[in-house]
Design a protein around this ligand. Structure first.
Ligand SMILES: [Zn+2]
Length: 130
């Protein structure tokens, strides 16, 4: 293990972008084996090699800038996906509405009959069946 530690000394190492590249590479590999299209294998190899190039790179500053750029692009997507999963998980117990004036998403408990909903953002009142 000592040789690995000295080999990795001064190198960038794995980060979130590396994980994303490896997962993308695996997805392309699976797609290539399912479809039999060799072009996808090339993409898989590209993402894999680029991921390891970044891990072994000595230009730590540049790699960390790349990772920051990636996280800026990725985090809104990630939060949207999380929101959707959360909504699906609570679909049995809660109902979702949109505010009629400001389009804010509102969540209310199900099976409470007709209820008055007050938007927390713009204070608009609505009567809805929950
Ligand atoms: Zn509103």
């Amino acid at each position: 293990m000592n040789w690995l530690r000295s080999f990795m000394m001064g190198r960038y190492g794995p980060d979130q972008l590396y994980i994303a590249l490896v997962i993308t590479s695996a997805v392309f590999l699976i797609l290539a084996s399912l479809t039999g299209w060799l072009g996808l294998l090339f993409f898989s190899l590209f993402f894999f090699i680029y991921g390891y190039f970044r891990v072994l790179s000595r230009n730590i500053y540049k790699r960390s800038l790349e990772n920051q750029k990636f996280l800026r692009l990725w985090s809104p997507i990630q939060s949207k996906v999380k929101q959707s999963f959360n909504r699906i998980k609570t679909l049995r117990t809660h109902k979702y509405f949109r505010c009629t004036s400001c389009k804010q998403r509102l969540r209310v408990p199900r099976k409470k009959g007709k209820i008055r909903i007050i938007c927390p953002r713009c204070k608009t009142q609505m009567i809805k069946k929950s």
